[in-house]
Design a protein around this ligand. Sequence first.
Ligand code: ATP
Ligand code: MG
Length: 264
Amino acid sequence: MTGVVNTVENVVEIRNLWTVFKSPDGEQVVHRDLNLVIRRGEVLSLVGGSGTGKTVLLRQILGLEHPEKGEVSVLGRPPGHFRGMAAANVGMLFQHGALFSAFSVLDNIAFPLRELKVFPDELIRDAALVKLQMVGLDPQQAAKSPSDLSGGMIKRVALARALIMDPPLLLLDEPTAGLDPESADGFCDLLSGLHRELGLTVVMVTHDLDTLFDLSTRIAVLADKQVIVTGTARDVIAYPHPFIHEYFLGGRGQRAMEALHEKR
Ligand SMILES: Nc1ncnc2c1ncn2[C@@H]1O[C@H](COP(=O)(O)OP(=O)(O)OP(=O)(O)O)[C@@H](O)[C@H]1O
Ligand SMILES: [Mg+2]
């Protein structure tokens, strides 16, 4: 049930990408000649102001949107190449992590597998139960409706759904947004464990500095419609740009940096 054998070193390559949205009022250039390479096994975090095109970039990696110009390749192929089997190659935790409210937890997790219409129901149920356990929920939650779950549990179910077909690449759009600090910490621990145990490559968008410093192996900063710098937290913070200064060295950033130093 696995996707493409993950031997490609650059799991995602984005070259000279332009994203332009056209509206009756004119054109909006979101990405202008943007370049980004994501290597196997890393947790690359994308940070940038609101509306800088982070979610759009994840959707392009997933193959849900196509750029105006430039190239995106995922595991050496154009995104969306595998069509029905897309979920076997890339899993995504959406920003507004919506579960289907009319489906049980188990049916939400099983959904991508059921859509393929090739596996017997019993196998699908078992696979979904394994994933439920993998995200730290017990089997008793399987029959519940999403409306009976806490915010942290909803994120876990959405993560189990993203991982149902064991994709080598996981995209996370604001995984800890809206969670209280304790649930956010728990979710970060879970992500960190899964990254290690499953050997995943992760691309994460986050506004939360604690999550950013907890999980990232590299950080890419989106500003001026491009990735202006990619590197370790230290490299990125040393890069002179007003957005970086405000983001990392403003009051919020200072507190997260102090917490980082205390941990090390
Ligand atoms: N399908 C679309 N049609 C037209 N404009 C779009 C479309 N999708 C996104 N945009 C625009 O592209 C820009 C980038 O949107 P995107 O959702 O990627 O931002 P973001 O960086 O994820 O922001 P946030 O941090 O608030 O989530 C926004 O101005 C948005 O309005
Ligand atoms: Mg977004």
